[in-house]
Design a protein around this ligand. Structure first.
Ligand code: GRF
Length: 191
């Protein structure tokens, strides 16, 4: 059997994208969850999958460099090659960016560069745009500014509520993230 690269998911919240990745057939093995909030629902989800979880409290570290250094050590111990962010609510700093250059991917619920940052679905809703969507992109030092890998649009119809729109976006996310990861990993192995 071909040995697949190992990946970690970083998440802070509900973990529906984490779950979608765990339930997909991927061209990598997800071996670890990294979570910065002990009470996050995603931690329960990881338990269900019996997945190794690194749960850390950023306030217990002197600096971002310190906790990122700890994370890089754990990721290297496990020989993790890829990091997939899925609702991870922290800006990735230079320690992780240098250790995983070109190997950190994020999913964002808008058509970037429109509506970066927090509450992107609500931002689009409040602006009354007709179309929003989902973006998968490489992570750089900015907030949702890295090179775009894939996008899919979602129409906002007059019948939509913010809740309905949120559901529609999540449905697209759960399909687009695994599909894009597989395309990316295949293109890397074919190089
Ligand atoms: C998703 O909408 C994702 O695009 C954004 O954060 C949300 C996480 O949702 N980055 P979940 O925790 O995966 O349900």
């Amino acid at each position: 059997m071909v040995k697949q690269p190992k990946a970690a998911v970083f998440a802070s919240g509900t973990g529906s994208n984490f779950q979608a990745l765990m339930e997909s057939t991927l061209a990598c093995d997800i071996c670890m969850l990294v979570c910065d909030r002990a009470e996050a629902e995603v931690v329960q989800k990881a338990r269900h999958f019996q997945l190794r979880t690194i749960q850390f409290d950023p306030t217990r570290f002197l600096s971002k460099q310190d906790y990122e250094q700890m994370l890089v050590e754990k990721l290297h111990e496990e020989k993790i090659e890829w990091i997939f962010l899925a609702g991870y609510m922290r800006i990735i700093g230079h320690i992780l960016l240098e250790a995983y250059e070109g190997k950190i991917i994020n999913i964002h619920p808008s058509l970037l560069p429109a509506f970066p940052g927090k509450d992107a679905i609500r931002q689009a809703w409040d602006r009354k745009v007709r179309t929003t969507g989902v973006t998968i992109h490489f992570v750089d030092e900015g907030i949702d500014t890295g090179a775009i890998i894939a996008q899919e649009s979602v129409a906002i119809s007059p019948e939509d509520t913010l809740d309905l729109l949120t559901q529609k976006i999540h449905q697209v996310e759960h399909r687009l993230y695994p599909k894009t990861i597989n395309l990316l990993l295949h293109s890397c192995t074919n190089k």
